[in-house]
Design a protein around this ligand. Structure first.
Ligand code: AMP
Length: 294
């Protein structure tokens, strides 16, 4: 595995790989790797000649009162995980390498961002599309592996790729969970022992909500208030949002039918956690298809 810090070097390598006819699978991350990231990397390893991992905590996607400074970092551990799953190139730029001067042209995400995290984290997805547009041009990937844990991010980035005819395939990878159902996240380290126990309620309430729909519940409001109550009663966290939309358009639905997302965000003392489930409802019958969403 080679560790690359320079944009020019990474881009030159990517161009040479394409000249040799190699396919490049790319996994962009903010580091502090866990089994979720490793799953993306393993799938990329299986489907491409070359795997590129980027680790970059992108300041542009953090708001002024968010956890940019506190975001967990551990480069040695990241390197050994990357090595163990067969990464060929670890692209590890500094902030000054990525943003040497203020941008002359900025990117603004306008669709799919007025709900969920986009509504709560002003400018977050502008930062996400900006850094990914740069990374796609640096790494020149054929396929980009993204986790459905961040389902809104997947929807927004698919919009970016479609709008600007970026020649990459976005590959959606199902959420990787702890044994008790908690979605793996770099931010889970900031849960206290008690909060960690409580946090199982996030995934469990989503499962129960899906079962309610499966059993014929037709009111989005009832589902949302059920989940909110579960969180309020069983955790010390505060609900940031619980919402239901069509996926991937993230538009309101009058009737609970078609491909839907139920998504939530909960604030604990030092960590804000998100989770979601994406599934299809056929008329009166709910049917989960979390992995094969379109
Ligand atoms: P992050 O480092 O949090 O920016 O995440 C980098 C990539 O890993 C994103 O595409 C995430 O959606 C994905 N990811 C993070 N956690 C998980 C998880 N538990 N399961 C699947 N993918 C994940």
């Amino acid at each position: 595995m080679r560790i690359i810090h320079s944009i020019h070097e990474m881009q030159t390598i990517a161009k040479d790989l394409h000249k040799e006819g190699k396919t490049i699978g790319f996994v962009p991350t903010m580091g502090y790797l866990h089994e979720g990231h490793a799953t993306l990397l393993k799938q990329s390893r299986a489907e491409n000649d070359i795997v590129v991992l980027s680790v970059f905590v992108n300041p542009l996607q953090f708001g002024p009162n968010e956890d940019f400074e506190q975001y967990p970092r551990d480069s040695e551990r990241d390197e050994s995980i990357a090595q163990s799953v067969g990464v060929n190139y670890l692209f590890y730029p500094t902030s000054t390498e990525m943003y040497p001067m203020p941008l002359a042209t900025t990117m603004t995400a306008v669709d799919r961002v007025d709900v969920l995290c986009g509504a709560k984290r002003e400018g977050h997805f502008d930062g996400v599309v900006t850094v990914l547009a740069k990374l796609f041009n640096i790494v020149l990937p054929d396929r980009v592996y993204m986790g459905m844990k961040d389902a809104q991010q997947v929807a927004v980035v698919q919009g970016l790729v479609d709008d600007y005819n970026i020649p990459v395939e976005i590959v959606r990878v199902p959420t990787v969970r702890e044994e008790d159902g908690l979605a793996k996240s770099s931010r889970n380290v900031y849960l206290t022992d008690q909060e960690r126990k409580e946090a199982v309620v996030l995934s469990r309430s989503l499962e129960l909500a899906q079962e309610m729909i499966h059993s014929g519940e037709t009111s989005a409001e009832s589902i949302i208030s059920f989940i909110e109550k579960e969180i309020v009663i069983n955790t010390s966290g505060t609900v940031d949002y619980v919402e239901i939309y069509a996926y991937p358009t993230l538009k309101q639905v009058d009737v609970l039918e078609g491909q839907l997302i139920i998504a939530l965000a909960v604030r604990f003392s030092k960590a804000r956690l998100i989770d979601n489930t994406v599934f299809v409802v056929h008329a009166n019958k709910g049917e989960e298809i979390t992995c094969s969403v379109q």
